[in-house]
Design a binder for this molecule. Structure first.
Ligand SMILES: [Zn+2]
Length: 330
C-alpha cells in the first residue's frame, strides 16, 4: 500500500525537485513491476538525479524493461526467498539452476543475486543462509565475483511489536547467519541491505566492516534508516565517513501499479535531504513505527567525497568487478 502525501507537497516534489546531486546517483536496490508501472519510478528517479538501478528481477521481465528503459536497470536474480509460508526449493532443481546455471546467468547479464531469509509471521526462517546446501552457490559467486544482496532481519521495533521472539527466535540469530557466511566464504562480496538490517546499532556494523573486508551495506528502507539514523546524527555521520568505501545508496522502492509519482519522489527527496543537508526536522513519509511525535529527519551533511562514493563509486566498483571475462571464456 502506498500512502498519499498532501497534494500541494506532492506537486512541489514533482515540479521543484532538489538541485542535481554532486554526482549521478545509482540505486543499488529496487523492485520493478510491469514496464508501464515502472515508468513512474524511472520518471521520479531521473528527476532526482538517479540514473540507474539494480532491479530485483531477472529473465523475461528484465528483457521487457530493457526494451522500454535501455540499460537503466541492472538485473539481480533471486534464488533464495522467504515469503510467508513458502518452503525451500527442490534441491536438485536448485543445484542445476543456481550452481551449474550461474555462469550462464551472469553471461546473460545478471550482476547480483538476492537472498531474503527473515522470520515468517509464525515461526523462524525455514532455511538459514549458512545452510550447507547453499554453500556451493556461494562458492560459485566467489569464483565469479558475483555480489550477493542479503536481507537478513527486520527492525528491532518489529521484534517488540509484530514478531514473536519465542516463535521466530531473537534478531541476533538472523544477523549472525550473515557473519557465518562471510566466515565460510571470505571472498564473497556481500551487500547487506537496509543498513545491514541494523541501523539501530552502528557499533555492530562497524565491527563487521572492520572484520570483513567484503562486507557492504545499503541505505534502503527509507523509513527505517531515516528513523534510526536521525536519532543519533553525529554518530551516524562519523560512521558514514569512517566506512564511506562500503556504503551504497539504495531505495528498496517497490513499484506498485497505480502508485502516484510522489510515492517515489518522496523517497528520493527524503534520502537526499538526509545525506546532503544538516536539516533538523521531520520526515514527510508517514512511519507507523516512529515515536508518537516523529518521524524525525536529522540530516548528516556528508562531505562531497563521501557522497560521491555513496551515490556512485561503490556501486560502480561492486558491479564492475563481476568476472565477466572469466564467464565469457568458460
Ligand atoms: Zn528489497
Amino acid at each position: 500500500m502506498h500512502e498519499s502525501l498532501d497534494p500541494e507537497l506532492a506537486r512541489e516534489l514533482n515540479e521543484k525537485p532538489l538541485p542535481p546531486p554532486v554526482v549521478p546517483i545509482f540505486d543499488i536496490h529496487m523492485h520493478s513491476a510491469s514496464p508501464q508501472a515502472t515508468a513512474a519510478y524511472v520518471r521520479a528517479a531521473r528527476k532526482y538525479g538517479v540514473v540507474g538501478a539494480v532491479n530485483m528481477t531477472f529473465g523475461g521481465m528484465a528483457s521487457a524493461l530493457r526494451e522500454h528503459f535501455g540499460d537503466f536497470f541492472v538485473p539481480c536474480g533471486w534464488p533464495i526467498w522467504q515469503h510467508g509460508k513458502e518452503e525451500p526449493p527442490d534441491w536438485d532443481w536448485f543445484g542445476q539452476e543456481w550452481v551449474d546455471g550461474l555462469t550462464e546467468k551472469v553471461h546473460a547479464g545478471m550482476r547480483f543475486i538476492k537472498t531474503k531469509l527473515v522470520p515468517r509471521p509464525d515461526g523462524p526462517t525455514p532455511i538459514w543462509l549458512d545452510d550447507p546446501r547453499l554453500a556451493a552457490m556461494f562458492a560459485q559467486c566467489e569464483a565469479l565475483r558475483l555480489p550477493v544482496q542479503v536481507h537478513a532481519a527486520q527492525p528491532d521495533r518489529w521484534w517488540r511489536s509484530k514478531l514473536k521472539a519465542d516463535m521466530c527466535g531473537p534478531k541476533s540469530a538472523y544477523l549472525d547467519q550473515v557473519e557465518r557466511v562471510m566466515r565460510n566464504h571470505p571472498r564473497l562480496r556481500v551487500l547487506s541491505v537496509h543498513m545491514g538490517s541494523s541501523p539501530e546499532d552502528l557499533k555492530y556494523l562497524a565491527r563487521l566492516m572492520e572484520t570483513y573486508p567484503n562486507y557492504h551495506i545499503d541505505t534502503s528502507a527509507t523509513k527505517w534508516t531515516v528513523r534510526e539514523l536521525s536519532a543519533k546524527p553525529a554518530e551516524s555521520r562519523a560512521f558514514f565517513i569512517d566506512h564511506a568505501e562500503r556504503i551504497c545508496f539504495g531505495s528498496d522502492l517497490v513499484v506498485q501499479e497505480g502508485a502516484p509519482d510522489s510515492y517515489y519522489t518522496s523517497r528520493f527527496h527524503v534520502q537526499r535531504t538526509m545525506w546532503e543537508t544538516g536539516v533538523r526536522g521531520r520526515s514527510m513519509i508517514r512511519d507507523p513505527d516512529a515515536d508518537p511525535d516523529g518521524p524525525y529527519l536529522n540530516g548528516l551533511a556528508l562531505p562531497a567525497d563521501v557522497l560521491t562514493r555513496l551515490y556512485r563509486d561503490n556501486a560502480r566498483r561492486l558491479l564492475a568487478e563481476v568476472a565477466v571475462e572469466a564467464v565469457s571464456k568458460s
